[in-house]
Design a binder for this molecule. Structure first.
Ligand code: HEC
Length: 143
């Protein structure tokens, strides 16, 4: 152990004397994402989806605090009949886009970062793997 620590200190000293800067990232968690990429896991996504079930269901057309998320991948944003969307969500959908893994990823990172006036009060999933897994799960739910 002592030897190992010594080696680590030595490596650090060499790195520093070589003019390199040592960031926290090289030596541990900075609070930002440093994850290894792995294939999305829809089964894990289903478990994470519990967070979303507070406000959404996957029953087509059903409205809770938020609209049904059945078939959301491939759907125009703001288009569930009878749900009172924010004007910003309606405008977002009117631009002619559909929800896809890419824009869902950005929305679920920070909803207000994508749609400033959204009514969705959710702090977002910080971890890429959490977002990937939930989106993979949502992709399996048809409308
Ligand atoms: C606290 C309640 C709440 C939680 C928790 C929540 N949402 Fe929402 N969500 C909403 C509301 C309200 C809207 C409508 C937003 C608007 O009109 O601006 C919405 C809208 C959406 C939309 C757009 C739907 C459409 O028809 O265009 C998606 C996609 C979405 N949520 C996904 C999720 C996912 C995935 C989760 C879990 C990670 C989640 N939401 C968690 C309340 C919530």
């Amino acid at each position: 152990m002592r030897v190992l620590l010594g080696l680590q200190t030595l490596a650090l000293a060499i790195l520093l004397s070589a003019g390199g800067s040592v960031t926290a990232q090289q030596f541990g968690n900075t609070g930002t994402e440093t994850e290894t990429v792995r294939p999305p896991d829809p089964a894990r996504g289903e478990r994470l989806f519990k967070e979303c079930l507070k406000c959404h269901t996957i029953i087509p057309g059903e409205i809770k605090i938020g609209p049904s998320l059945a078939g959301v991948v491939g759907r125009q944003p703001g288009s569930v009949p009878g749900f009172g969307y924010s004007q910003d969500m309606i405008n977002f959908g009117a631009s002619g886009i559909v929800w896809n893994p890419d824009n869902l990823d950005r929305f679920l990172t920070k909803p207000r970062g994508v749609i400033a006036g959204t009514k969705m009060v959710f702090e977002g999933f910080r971890r890429t793997s959490d977002r990937d897994d939930v989106i993979a799960y949502l992709s399996t739910i048809r409308g």
